[in-house]
Design a protein around this ligand. Sequence first.
Ligand code: NAD
Length: 476
Amino acid sequence: MKPALFIDGHWVDGDGAPMPVHDPSLGQIMAQVPAASAHQVNLAVQAARRALPGWRSLSGARRAEYLQGFARHLQQRREGLIALQMRNNGKPRHEAELDLDDAIATFDYYAGLAAQLDARQDQPVPLQAPGFSAHCRFEALGVVGLIVPWNFPLVTSAWKLAPALAAGCTLVLKPSEVTPLIEQVYGEIADALGLPAGVLNLVAGAGKTGAALSQHPGLDKLSFTGSTATGQRVMASSAAFCRPLTLELGGKSPILVFADADLDQAVHWIIGGFCWNAGQMCSATSRLLVHESIADALLQRLRSALLALRVGNPLEQEVDMGPLSCQAQWRTVCTYLEQARNEGLECLVGGHALPGPGWFVAPTVYTDVPTSSRLWQEEIFGPVLCMRRFSDEAQALALANDSAFGLVATVISADLQRAERVAAALDVGHVWINSLQAVFVETSWGGTKGSGIGRELGPWGLAAYQSIKHLTRYLG
Ligand code: NAD
């Protein structure tokens, strides 16, 4: 097997302990990947530092050509990447395809923004004071560390790599220990495109490798996606250097269904919101709030639809939902199911693991869950939905906003004025109105409260890797 580390333009084996990589549908090891040692992380950061002056002084137009190359190569490797995500993540085919398309769209979009950068440089800034002129430059922040989780490996990494490269930053990416093979493609493409050595470095590894990267003094910025608990640790290490940080963390997002909703449509969006990727989504809308007048009818349809959901190995059959991506996550979800039994929660459907091999859990719904329940408050990261009824809009909003997180929300109502009013009052970073969770590269991504700091995607995603410098001149 090819080495998993790409440092300074070379493929090397990790010096650290081997990490088993699994096929979660079978619960079997599919590869062993040695982790990068702290010394190798240091070599990667140094390589990125050496590559920085050359890369950031290239024109935006030239960097755009490289980014287009990434999009083109991802497309060329389409079938292999879809198969790898199905095997290593347990994603159904249609989900693996969508992730790949999303990653391609991200590189294309930031190629467009990189190409516009040259014309945006040195724009005059209108001043009220006479006798002075000022203009603005957008400069690359420098060497950035990127740390990502396993649930959408191609996409989450693309959301960081593409804007960082577009801005002129050089980088060290640490993929998750659960899916270290998938992001190797970015090293392979960098290699194939002849990206200058050291611009993009990959270090495989688990928390120890992540800590070595996040604590490294040679970074100018860290962008982290993962759990809130690890985000807090990463934030503490950045504080030591006063360096900028983007944090994309967890969620416990609400989906609000008003009395005028189309029930079949609502069921479709509710299921998409907590069963897509087997519920392993930061944006899972795992708290269902339903108007009391339609609650029973909605629950009946939801139960039937969930019982009909096809759960299984995506490589063996066409499925709607695959396994949890790793055994640790499967155990976590099973612990929450046990907690629900201990709390005496009312289970509408599911509530148990499915027979192996593999790490499967039945789609699960608990009804009329008290707000004091851990299942109502904590991110479960599996196909588990908690439901409550509301009697009016004010109560729905109060329940929705009563959370330590603030990533996303979905509002379902035939009354668009009401939907917009509710959306405006929700304390989150993104609201879908009568929609599946469609994420477009042109719109922003990020949350409030415990869901993180900063925004990815759109022009905000590029700005996250830029430093702004103003030049002010006395005209005499
Ligand atoms: P995690 O926090 O356990 O790990 C995330 C990454 O951090 C991994 O690469 C891991 O190896 C690394 N890491 C672990 N300990 C570290 C340390 N001490 N220092 C530096 N790095 C360290 O999260 P996970 O279980 O891989 O992913 C699930 C979490 O990610 C969920 O909470 C989910 O909501 C969140 N997530 C958020 C978004 C978003 O955009 N907001 C997107 C996807 C996932």
